[in-house]
Design a protein around this ligand. Structure first.
Ligand code: HEC
Ligand code: HEC
Length: 299
């Protein structure tokens, strides 16, 4: 009587172990194809798709949607869309850029998403991006208001003919079909360039927000930073123990104010330095400075 449950339990345990071993072997021996030209296997694709759909739904549930229909909002959204989104997502009658076609997963045309997804989900996706896909997070490049502008515009997008799309929003003037922020006069006139974007009121530096922002300003591609995933590069000095150093880059005192200035404009502090200006917003610089203050080896 008591033997059968025990045998069943052993069988289940053996199956689980075999599964884990096979999974580990697939990873360890490089059997899984990570090339962008090799599509995901169907089970992996289905798994990722469900994970992503459920994740977005859960996280966007509490977002309040503002009025999206004002013509001003749609005009602003039009300019932002052309400057930041059309390269990858295309538009009515306009293909994405060649590099975008090579992304896997491919960027879908946004004509359908505005119809199929609630506005809050679209907002969340634009703000946070989607990990391990080409979809960037815009939270650090656009204000929430600007993201809503784009969401508003995306609701109009499905109604535009290629001709109307080409002509652009009424006051946008003749839009160049491959507009980008730097080359298109029509979009640069309305779209605020990154770096100039301000969000509401300033608050004091928050180390946790600063740590999150590191990923978004390429800091992790150049610096080793203890405890930060992926930050193990030595283009610049390691930031381990940064709080204990007396000077920043050897030139100015290591105070929060100087750190904020260094992060926003390294060349202004040390002409000729290899650390580039990364378009940090003031609040993000303050938060990152607060985070760097936590990197001490004497606590
Ligand atoms: C560098 C290329 C790239 C840029 C630029 C880009 N996206 Fe994406 N986007 C993607 C990719 C790739 C996906 C597919 C992600 C996936 O399949 O999970 C995606 C997915 C999306 C989705 C979800 C679509 C759906 O219904 O499944 C939305 C919404 C979206 N992007 C909006 C935008 C907006 C708005 C902008 C401009 C502010 C933008 N994207 C800029 C690459 C890009
Ligand atoms: C393209 C590579 C690159 C990127 C991206 C980069 N840095 Fe740097 N960083 C450097 C280099 C190179 C130096 C050394 C500068 C010098 O001494 O002239 C440096 C110096 C520093 C210093 C001074 C270190 C010291 O020992 O005094 C800090 C702090 C710093 N970076 C933080 C950051 C943060 C935070 C970010 C992201 C917002 C970032 N860096 C992005 C290359 C980079």
């Amino acid at each position: 009587m008591r033997r059968w449950p025990r045998i069943a339990a052993w069988c289940v345990a053996a199956l689980v172990l075999a599964g884990a071993a096979l999974g580990s072997a697939t990873v360890y021996f490089g059997w899984y194809d990570v090339s962008a030209t090799g599509p995901h296997t169907v089970p992996v694709y289905a798994l990722l798709d469900v994970a992503s759909t459920r994740s977005v739904k859960l996280r966007s549930a509490d977002i309040d949607v503002p009025d999206l229909d004002s013509p001003d909002r749609i005009r602003r959204g039009d300019a932002l869309y052309r400057a930041q989104c059309a390269q990858c997502h295309g538009g009515p009658g306009q293909a994405p850029e060649p590099y975008a076609l090579g992304l896997n997963p491919a960027p879908p045309p946004l004509v359908t998403s505005a119809r199929e997804r609630p506005a809050a989900e679209v907002f969340w996706i634009i703000r946070h991006g989607i990990k391990m896909t080409g979809m960037p997070a815009w939270q650090y490049r656009m204000t929430d208001e600007q993201i809503w502008d784009v969401v508003g515009y995306m609701r109009v997008l499905p109604t535009l003919s290629p001709q109307q799309y080409r002509d652009g929003a009424p006051s946008g003037g003749p839009a160049s079909s491959l507009a980008s922020a730097s080359t298109s006069p029509s979009s640069s006139a309305t779209a605020t360039p990154p770096g100039d974007m301000r969000v509401g009121d300033m608050r004091v530096g928050d180390a946790k927000a600063g740590r999150a922002a590191l990923q978004q300003y390429l800091c992790v591609t150049c610096h080793a930073i203890p405890g930060v995933p992926g930050a193990r590069h030595y283009v610049g000095p390691s930031l381990d123990g940064m709080a204990d150093r007396s000077r920043i880059a050897g030139v100015v005192p290591n105070s929060p104010d100087y750190m904020q200035r260094w992060l926003m404009d390294p060349q202004g502090i040390k002409p000729g330095t290899a650390m580039p200006a990364l378009g940090l917003r003031e609040q993000d610089a303050r938060d990152i400075a607060a985070f760097l203050q936590t990197l001490s080896n004497f606590e």
